[in-house]
Write a protein that binds this ligand. Structure first.
Ligand code: CP
Length: 306
């Protein structure tokens, strides 16, 4: 059975730390890995839009000596056939599949049918590749993950789930200020497990939460597949009204020394002010750049080239 990266449920603390450290090492010594995946192919299939996930995995494969194939779901036979049949074929021709699908249930079908590793490129419940990058960025910035405090402010969504999951596994304190949950993202088992770890807390007072945070993190209030959907317009407006007091801005951070993170794409003037994006405390673009190094580390780990 191939090893998949769907979420972190089957990944140990040691394995996750190894990927984070490998990402940092690859960033420092890219030449060492120049031909590590020579002759290997990655299929990247997208049901949703992407900039970073597509670019980072495609460039990662090129720089590792391999090859990536971009597949827009709508132009493949996935639209008219059983996912399992298409994946049984696909996994006979490539060495790894990275998929950004609307539904985690479909990704699970894909993983069950695949002969090669399947990587979750972000579904409605999880965004594991982003969370690995985020912890890599935090470790890079502070030198260690020991004693670090992360505060997530926004809608409880897929990014929030993966951050809670990885932080509680690695022993990094995470506090979430999430007045609203995006219902499709809900994973009670993940939250229960995180609560048991003692590293996951929730807070309603956003000012109090950021005061001694090392990193303040925010994300879009509306998931990408719904952002431009006219059917979601009313809910989007409702969310903006409810979430505006939780915007990450200079006033909120006045008494905080925290670095600011965002997984991008950014909606300036909504979840974060333009001023904070441009401020020295913002590490958003470094964080986004790091997607490349974690993509390489994930590929090398799953393809056992290391
Ligand atoms: N953060 C992230 O996954 O970016 P994209 O949606 O552009 O891939």
């Amino acid at each position: 059975m191939p090893r998949h990266l769907i979420n972190f449920k089957n990944w140990s603390r040691e394995e996750l730390l190894k990927i984070i450290d490998k990402s940092i090492e690859i960033k420092k010594n890219p030449e060492k890995y120049r031909n590590a995946l020579e002759g290997k192919s990655l299929a990247m299939i997208f049901q949703k839009t992407s900039t970073r996930t597509r670019v980072s995995f495609e460039v990662a494969m090129t720089q590792l000596g391999g090859h990536a194939i971009y597949l827009d779901w709508r132009t493949t036979q996935f639209v008219l056939a059983d996912i399992r049949d298409e994946v049984r074929y696909l996994s006979r021709n490539v060495d790894c599949i990275m998929a950004r699908l609307l539904k985690n249930a479909d990704l699970q079908l894909m993983a069950d049918a695949s002969l090669v590793p399947v990587i979750n490129g972000c579904d409605e419940k999880y965004h594991p590749c982003q969370a690995i990058t985020d912890l890599m960025t935090m470790k890079e910035k502070k030198g260690s993950l020991e004693g670090i405090k992360l505060v997530y402010i926004g809608v409880h969504n897929n990014v929030c789930n993966s951050l809670i999951e990885i932080c509680s596994k690695l022993g990094v304190e995470i506090t979430t200020v999430t007045p609203l949950t995006h219902e499709p993202a809900l994973d009670q088992e993940l939250l229960d497990e995180a609560k048991r770890s003692g590293f996951y807390k929730t807070e309603t007072d956003v000012k109090k939460a950021v005061k001694d945070a090392d990193f303040v993190y925010t994300d879009t209030w509306v998931d990408m597949e719904l952002f431009l959907d006219p059917k979601f317009k009313e809910e989007k407006e409702k969310r903006i009204r409810l979430m505006m007091p939780y915007q990450v801005n200079s006033q909120l951070l006045a008494e905080s020394e925290a670095y600011v993170m965002h997984d991008m794409p950014i909606h300036r003037g909504y979840e974060i002010s333009g001023e904070v994006v441009e401020s020295p405390r913002s590490i958003i673009y470094e964080q986004a750049e790091n997607r490349l190094y974690t993509a390489k580390a994930i590929l090398l780990t799953l393809l056992s080239a290391e």
